[in-house]
Ligand binder design. Sequence first.
Ligand code: ZN
Ligand code: ZN
Length: 632
Amino acid sequence: MGATTVVAIIPLFLLHRLTTHATPIASVNVHNFEDDWDYKIQPHSEPLIGEVTHNHILPPEIKVDVPDTKFVQSSSSVPERVAKKLGDAVRSRVSCSVCRLGVGLLQREVRKNTSFENIRTQFVGLCVAFKVESESVCTGVFDVFGPDVLPALKAVRIGADEVCALCLGEVCGDVKNPLHQWEVQFPEVPKPVTREPDLPKPGLPTFKVLHLSDTHYDPDYVVGSAANCEEPLCCRSTSTPPLTADVVPAGKWGSYEKCDSPKVLLDSMLKSIARDHPDIDYILWTGDLPPHDIWNQSKSSNLDIIQETVEQMFEVFPNTPIFPALGNHESIPAGSFAPPWVHDPDHSVSWLYTKVADHWRKWLPASVGNTVLHGGFYSILLRPGFRIISLNTNYCHTLSWWLVVNSTDPAKELQWLIHELQEAENKGEKVHIIGHIPPGASDCMKVWSRNFNAIVQRYENTIQGQFYGHTHADEFEVFYEMEAKEPNRAVGVAYLGPSVTTYENHNPAYRIYYVDGDHANSTREVLDHETWTIDLEEANKSEDDPKWYRLYSAKNSYQMESLRPKSWAKLVDDLINNADLFELFYKYYYRDSPVRPTCDAKCKLQILCDLKSARSHERHKLCHDLELAFSS
Ligand SMILES: [Zn+2]
Ligand SMILES: [Zn+2]
C-alpha cells in the first residue's frame, strides 16, 4: 500500500455529490512554470577520496556459515500469498474508466469551490463505507494527502483522461498535451564509437561498495503486536488485530507481514556489516528511510527518522564516504516532489532539501549545495576519472501530484545530467548513477523514462553502473537500444538493490558490489555483486543476534562471463528458457524467504518483463516476444 491509496479511493466520489460550502481549495500560483536555475555549472573536480589501498580478492572467502537451502513451504501454517509489486497491487484495483470518472468528478468539485471540509467528510464516509481502510487510516490519508493533491488538481490543465494516463500508465492510453510531451536537448557532439574493452584482469585493484536501500525504520515497532493487522502497516501497538484470522505476533527481528524494520534489526545489520566487511570503500544509500504509515506522517516525524538514521550511519561508518539518494518516502505527503516552479512554501519540497543538504555535508563537498537545495541531486568526482551522480528520480514518480500539472524535466534535472555526462565524456571520466525509483518502474512516468533512456543510450560509453531501490526485490533492469538498427542490443543495466525492510514477504538484505578500481585503463565496471541476508524465521526463534550470511554472488550463481549489459541480457534470455534457473532467481528475489508467494505463469511473465523494462510503460513493445512465449 502506498500513496496510490488516494487514487484507489477517488472513484468513490462518483457515488456522492459534494455540496458547496465555505473554505474552497486555494489556488496555487505556479508562476508559469518558471525555473530560472542555471544548470550549466562547473562539475565537482577535486577527487573526494584518496587512493584506495584495500585489496579485495575475488571471489571473497565466505566467513559466515550459510544455512541449508530451503524450499517454499507448502504447509497449512503459511497462507497462500500472491506475488505482487508494491504499487501494482493498488494500481490493479483501479481501472482506467473508473479513474477517469472519479478524477473528472473531483476536478469539477475542486474547480467549483467545494470546501476542503466537505470533501473530507465525503471522502472519509465513502472510504469507510466501502471498507477501503479503517476510519483512522482514511482520515489520515485525506489529512496528509488532501492539502497537496487538491490544489494540484485545481491547477491541472489536462482532462481526467490524461491525468489517469499519467498516473496509471500505458494501460490508460497516451498523453498528448505538450506539457507532458517534452524532449531533452543533446549537445551537437557525435556519440563516440562504442568499443568493448577487454575484461579487467584478475588481481587488479577493486573497490568494495556497500549498497543499502529501503531501510524503512519503524520507531513504533512493538514485538508481539499484530503483524497481520487491518491497516496498511502493522507490528505496532495501535495495529488492529485481524477480524477473520488468528493474530500473528510481531517477531523480535521483524516480520514477513506488512511490517517495517525494528531498531534491533538495523543495529544488528550495521554491526555485522562493520564486522564482516571492514574493507568497504564507500557506501551507496538509495533512500526510503521512513516507515510505510503514510497516513499519519508529518514533516517533523520524517525529519526525525532521517536524522536518527543518518546519525546511526555516521556512528557505524565514521570514516567511510556515504552517497545518499532521496526516496519517495522521505517527502510529505509520501511521493510528492513539487518541481521548483511551485514556490508556495506549503507545497514546495525545500523543507526536505534544506535538511538533507545539512545532513549530507558529513560526506559531500559544500559545492553540491547548489544542486541539492535546488532539486535533491548532485554529482561528485570520487577518484580521478570516476564520478558518482545521485539523481532525484522521485521527479518521475507518477503520483507526485504537481507533475500532473506539468511534467517537463522537473528541476531541469535531466538537462543538468546531460551537461554532467557530456563534461565527463570530454574528460574521459566514467560515471555511476544512483537513485531511488528505477527508471523502468511502472510508477516512473513514461515521458521521463523515455528521455532518461535516450540519455543512457547516448552516453553508454560513460555510464558504467546504475544503482536503485524502491521495488524491495533483488532484481535488475536491462536498457536496450530502441528505435535503432539493433533493437535487442543491451546498452546498460540498472541494479535494483534488495530492501532492508521485509515489507512484504522478504528476508532483510543488503548488497556488496566489486567495482573495477584504480589502475591504468580501469573500466569502472561492476565485476560482481553479492546479496547478504538473514533467515528471519530462524532468527525470531532466538534472542541472539541473527546470522547475516552471503546468499549468492551473481557471477557464480548465474554463471556469468561478466556483469556487462550484454551478459544481463543473456541472463534474461536464459531465465525465459530455463525454469530451474528462474526458480533460483526467484528464490534470491525474496532472499530465500520461506513465505515467498508461489509464482505462476502470470507472475513469471511480470517479473521477466520487469527485467527487460528499463524503459517504463513500453511493456508491449519490450515484452512482445515474451508474451508470445508464455501464451503458447
Ligand atoms: Zn521502499
Ligand atoms: Zn520507494
